[in-house]
Design a binder for this molecule. Structure first.
Ligand code: ZN
Length: 175
C-alpha cells in the first residue's frame, strides 16, 4: 500500500493489491483513507518562500545571543552541596587518619598544649592530677577524639542535608 502511495508500485504488485482490497474490508477502508489524504495533500497550493528568506533566517540565527545558562540553578546548587560534603568528608578522614600525629604535634607545641588542656573539663583535670591515672598525652588524645566525634556529627549532618536536597530536586523534576 505504501509503495502505491509513493508511486513505486510494479504492475504485478498493483494487481495483487487490487485483488486483496476487493476481498478485505479492513484494508479497503485503510486504502481509501490514505488515498484521499494523499489527494488532499497534493491539492494544497504550494507557495514559494519570499526572496532572501533563507538568508534572512540564517542571519537571525547568527545574531541570536549565545546560550548562557549551560548549567541550571539545580546543577549549581548540587555542585555546591557536593563540594561542601567532600570538604567535610576529607577533613574528617584526615582527622581520623592523622589523629596520632595531630595530637603529638599539638602536645609538643607549648602554646597549643595549654589550649588543649583548656578543653578538659575540671573534673577530668582534677582526676588526672590527683590520681595520675592518665598521662597528659592520653588525656589530650581523649580530648581530640571528642573533637573528632563532633566532626563526625558534622559529616552525618552533611549526608542528611545532601540526601534531603537530592530528594527535593528529584521530586521537583518528576512533577
Ligand atoms: Zn486486508
Amino acid at each position: 500500500m505504501m509503495k502505491y502511495m509513493d508511486r513505486e508500485m510494479m504492475e504485478k504488485e498493483a494487481v495483487q493489491l487490487n485483488e486483496h482490497i476487493l476481498l478485505c474490508k479492513e484494508c479497503r477502508e485503510t486504502f481509501f483513507v490514505y488515498d484521499s489524504m494523499i489527494l488532499d495533500i497534493e491539492n494544497v497550493n504550494q507557495v514559494a518562500a519570499p526572496e532572501n528568506f533563507e538568508k534572512a533566517v540564517l542571519a537571525k540565527i547568527a545574531h541570536l545571543p549565545a546560550k548562557e545558562h549551560i548549567y541550571s540553578r539545580e546543577d549549581k546548587l548540587r555542585a555546591v552541596v557536593a563540594s561542601v560534603f567532600v570538604f567535610f568528608l576529607s577533613l574528617g578522614t584526615a582527622l581520623v587518619v592523622y589523629q596520632e600525629q595531630i595530637v603529638t604535634y599539638l602536645v609538643q607545641n607549648q602554646s597549643t598544649a595549654d589550649y588543649i588542656m583548656a578543653f578538659s573539663p575540671v573534673a577530668v583535670a582534677v582526676e588526672n592530677h590527683t590520681k595520675n591515672l592518665l598521662s597528659f598525652t592520653e588525656m589530650a588524645v581523649a580530648q581530640v577524639e571528642r573533637v573528632i566525634s563532633a566532626g563526625a556529627w558534622i559529616i552525618g549532618l552533611s549526608i542528611v542535608a545532601v540526601c534531603t536536597i537530592q530528594f527535593s530536586i528529584a521530586k521537583r523534576r518528576n512533577r
